[in-house]
Design a protein. Structure first.
Length: 418
């Protein structure tokens, strides 16, 4: 059987891999955290440090890839990171030592980032080679799929064997899903490579908007991770909303599944940078909505807005970064992931410190929304300062097609942003 023959199989394999290393390996901590706190002496501050340990590993894993040369055979490295991630998920259920928890979460973060970047590079390049780049947004639906699976599985596994059973059961589920990326990712067979589809009009690398994109993605990591880490715990601390914890996390996962394709579809029509700004604004609203609209309705709508934007922002950011630096794809993706990871390290620690002083999440949520809003402002300024061309993800201006060949095109510094 030729596993490599279909772009659909490559895409499905990438979706399954992100469901494992991101949806489970990284985000299963969110629904399992309140169960661990109910059974173990696990304070909010220690919970924040465990989350930050995971994100430190995520940062260093991304930096490791950013500093390494693109290998001719990335698949063996990807498989090693996949196995490490599954082992760390299982190991969380085999100990009660905070130090070992910190180690496992650190290694899980390292392997999540490495697998995320390697799989993104493999699958996105494969889709581009086969002329299916428009399908790339669906790759990141794997994160939402993994979140939804963990939200459904954790209450059932908790009833069987407590929080330990949650970690072990999710590791077993991930092991079953791992068969698809193990054999289905590009390069998993010895079949001939797909014919290369040339991409016309690729612009040369220029820094331009990229530093502002890095800053915005750092702000996104800093802001979204507070909700991404503590959402279920926040609801569990409120008696009137305690029963909504796992339901809200399920809504996050379900909303995230189609979000990447939908946001990228908008980005291709309206411009990647402008759509990314809109996604930041929508997420900031989702983060503070439970504060603006207390009660079940605000909590569930906030979960839908959050789930419908956080992976969409990732897809838009990585797609825009790829168009800004088409000859440095792995380094650009890894650099963006590192900026995001740095924000994620800081966010949970600040939230934990805030909880230690105020014993509620209001200030942390407001700070998270403000960070995401600052990311939108950074993008807005960068887009104004460095207008993009149509080949870099901006829609073509109506006037640009009506200019005669003899007319001079405006210089980059004089063009207005679309």
């Amino acid at each position: 059987m030729t596993f490599h023959a279909s772009w659909r199989l490559s895409l499905a394999a990438g979706i399954a891999l992100l469901a494992i290393v991101m949806g489970i390996g990284r985000f299963a901590y969110t629904p399992l955290l309140p169960l661990m706190q109910a059974d173990q002496p696990l304070s909010d501050l220690l919970a924040g440090w465990l989350a930050s340990g995971n994100y430190l590993g995520y940062l260093l894993g991304a930096l490791w890839l950013a500093g390494s040369r693109p290998g001719s055979k990335p698949l063996p490295r990807l498989r090693r990171q996949l196995l490490l991630n599954l082992a760390c998920v299982a190991a969380m259920g085999l100990t009660s030592s905070p130090w070992l928890w910190l180690l496992w979460r650190f290694l899980a973060g390292w392997s999540s980032a490495a697998a995320f970047v390697l799989a993104s590079g493999l699958v996105l390049e494969e889709l581009a080679r086969r002329g299916r780049a428009a399908k790339s947004g669906w790759l990141y639906s794997g994160v939402g799929l993994g979140i939804a699976l963990s939200a459904l599985a954790v209450p059932w596994l908790d009833g069987l064997a407590g929080w330990r059973g949650g970690w072990l059961g999710l590791a077993a589920l991930g092991g079953l899903l791992a068969l698809l990326p193990w054999f289905g990712l590009p390069g998993a067979s010895a079949s001939a490579p797909a014919p290369v589809v040339p991409v016309a009009g690729r612009p040369p690398f220029r820094q331009g908007l990229l530093p502002w994109l890095l800053l915005a993605y750092f702000c996104e990591g800093l802001g979204y991770i507070i909700t991404g880490t503590f959402m279920v715990a926040i609801l569990h601390q409120q008696p009137a909303l305690a029963g909504l914890g796992h339901l809200s996390w399920l809504l996050v996962g379900l909303a995230a599944i189609p979000s990447c394709g939908l946001w990228l579809g908008l980005g291709n029509r309206l411009g990647l940078a402008g759509t990314l700004i809109a996604a930041h604004l929508a997420q900031a609203l989702g983060i503070v909505l439970p504060l603006l609209w207390p009660g079940p309705t605000g909590a569930l709508l906030g979960a839908l807005l959050f789930g419908g934007t956080f992976m969409g922002i990732t897809a838009l950011t990585l797609s825009l970064g790829r168009t800004l630096a088409p000859t440095r794809v792995q380094a650009t993706l890894a650099g963006l992931t590192a900026a995001f990871g740095l924000g994620q390290i800081i966010g949970p620690v600040l939230a934990g410190l805030s909880l230690g002083h105020r014993h509620h999440f209001d200030q942390a949520l407001l700070g998270g929304a403000l960070a995401v809003l600052l990311g939108a402002l950074a993008l807005l300024w960068g887009r104004y300062r460095y207008p993009l061309s149509p080949t870099q993800g901006e829609p073509l201006c109506p006037t640009s097609t009506s200019s005669s060949p003899g007319n001079k095109s405006p210089s980059p510094g004089s063009r207005r942003p679309h």
